[in-house]
Design a binder for this molecule. Structure first.
Ligand code: FPP
Length: 240
């Protein structure tokens, strides 16, 4: 059973384009299947008791892709959020977003606000969708928020430390315990850099549209066998 050892799961949903290309389809169809896989994973994670699930839906750097692909992805977000919200509503999942609205289309922002508002009182798991997101940019925004608080005298000068810094990030979520990246690449790609400090990392070859609750279940089983030391040593195992 899931306990506090696994409060926050993060997923880099990579490989949508390759999934489609391998099947001789256009890349966009891979994103569409990715959206379906996300819904299943989010509902499963909530059902088994994972309190926070963060997913990388669109990085700020993804704007470098072709205009057609960016437009398709933005249309897909509007379409998916409008449809998926009722499933999240039914499953008591609260949807929030990390990233910046700057540079996003108005209809995307409107849909994000709507799903956030409609699910805000849900008390089950939290689905944090990282959209127009970059980890370094989030840390810079946090520093700016603290600076603004100080300038407006909203807070007394406090000693910033690694625990209380979380309150200045886009969302005050606990550190990530487990991070899974699908699609075979082994890098972080500017995802949740502050929160991933002591996360256990899993890189799997499956493309995201093929990622299923069953695969996640196996990863979680393995995660529970890992010995997390957070820079210390395991007292029970190392008696000498
Ligand atoms: C990376 O695959 C994936 C993305 C840039 C988009 C992720 C989006 C979804 C899973 C769709 C739905 C999400 C929401 C929130 C509605 P890639 O295109 O880089 O794949 P590749 O490495 O094979 O090219």
């Amino acid at each position: 059973m899931i306990d506090d050892k696994l409060k926050h799961l993060a997923i880099i949903m990579d490989g949508n384009g390759r999934w489609a290309q391998k099947k001789g389809l256009i890349r966009s169809l891979g994103h569409k299947e990715g959206a379906k896989a996300l819904e299943k994973i989010a509902i499963y994670a909530n059902k088994i008791g994972i309190k926070y699930l963060s997913v990388y839906a669109f990085s700020t750097d993804n704007f470098k892709r072709s205009e057609a692909e960016v437009t398709y992805l933005m249309d897909l977000f509007v379409d998916t959020f409008s449809k998926q919200y009722s499933k999240y509503e039914k499953n008591n999942i609260k949807v929030i977003f990390s990233g910046t609205e700057k540079g996003l289309r108005k209809d995307v922002i409107k849909t994000m606000h709507e799903i956030k508002e409609k699910t805000k009182d849900n008390t089950g798991g939290v689905l944090n969708i990282c959209l127009n997101y970059g980890g370094q940019e989030e840390i810079i925004r946090a520093a700016e928020r603290y600076h603004e608080d100080l300038a407006n005298k909203r807070v007394k000068k406090i000693q910033i430390n690694r625990d209380n810094f979380y309150q200045y990030l886009d969302n005050n979520l606990p550190p990530v315990d487990l991070m899974v990246r699908t699609g075979g690449e082994k890098r972080l790609s500017n995802f949740l850099l502050y929160q991933l400090t002591y996360a256990e990392l899993y890189f799997i070859d499956d493309y995201f549209p093929d990622f299923t609750p069953k695969i996640l279940e196996k990863i979680i089983d393995n995660f529970y066998k890992r010995d997390r030391k957070f820079g210390g040593i395991n007292e029970k195992k190392n008696k000498n």
